[in-house]
Design a protein around this ligand. Structure first.
Ligand code: HEM
Length: 195
């Protein structure tokens, strides 16, 4: 099948928009799981209302944003490959597809966690969920690098420097979040002791 060069650019535009929507959904979905699990620590009188609200938000986010983002990304990717089938025989594309499979497994695993949360059967801790929330960042960085550098994937010092910087930034955000959480727990405890 042949497409005009302009059609190819439209497919790529929509493919990138799909990627942005898909990832926004994945990042926020797991953040909601963290809040959902943290609701366990709330007072029994309000807990049920929070569970119900998070469950609704997760379901809407997954079905209205995240999965449509996936569908747009994959549909446009198929159109791109139909227009440019030679990409399928190139190493970078085969490696990219392997990472996309991991991303799809992640996506559907989120649905499994969502089901467990809805039934009150999820025994993941907030900490484990925070670590789980970092996985798509790694996949995103690798996939985007593969598609931009293609078969010239860089392994020089500048690449390692940028990779270390990204890891450092992600770790700093985690440490800061942990510091704030521990501080608010300490404040809550001292207020309870004062009463
Ligand atoms: C279903 C699997 C996927 C396939 C078959 C696929 C295929 C493609 C193809 C053929 C292109 C055009 C490359 C070019 O013209 O140079 C492309 C572009 C791109 N893809 Fe994918 N893709 C897939 C999933 C993804 C995912 C999950 C991401 C993000 C994590 C992604 C990010 C991008 C980006 C950013 C571009 C634009 C790169 C550029 O123009 O330099 N793709 N993809």
């Amino acid at each position: 099948m042949t497409f005009s060069p302009e059609a190819y650019l439209w497919f790529k535009t929509l493919h990138i928009i799909g990627v942005v929507v898909w990832f926004a959904g994945l990042f926020y979905l797991v953040r909601l799981f963290i809040y959902h699990v943290e609701a366990n620590e709330m007072d029994v009188s309000v807990r049920a209302a929070f569970y119900q609200q998070y469950q609704l938000m997760e379901k809407r986010l997954a079905n209205i944003i995240t999965t449509p983002g996936l569908i747009l990304t994959v549909t446009m990717a198929i159109c791109l490959l139909i227009a440019q089938p030679s990409y399928l025989y190139q190493n970078w594309m085969q490696i990219k597809l392997a990472f996309v499979v991991l991303l799809l497994i992640y996506h559907f695993y989120c649905y499994k966690l969502m089901g467990q949360l809805a039934k009150g059967e999820c025994n993941w801790t907030p900490r484990k969920l925070r670590a789980f929330n970092e996985l798509p960042t790694i996949l995103l960085v690798v996939i985007v690098m593969l598609v931009v550098f293609k078969n010239n994937f860089p392994t020089n010092a500048a690449t390692w420097f940028i990779a270390s910087l990204v890891i450092f930034m992600a770790a700093s955000i985690q440490f800061y979040a942990r510091y704030r959480r521990l501080r608010s727990e300490r404040v809550a405890k001292s207020v309870t002791n004062d009463l």
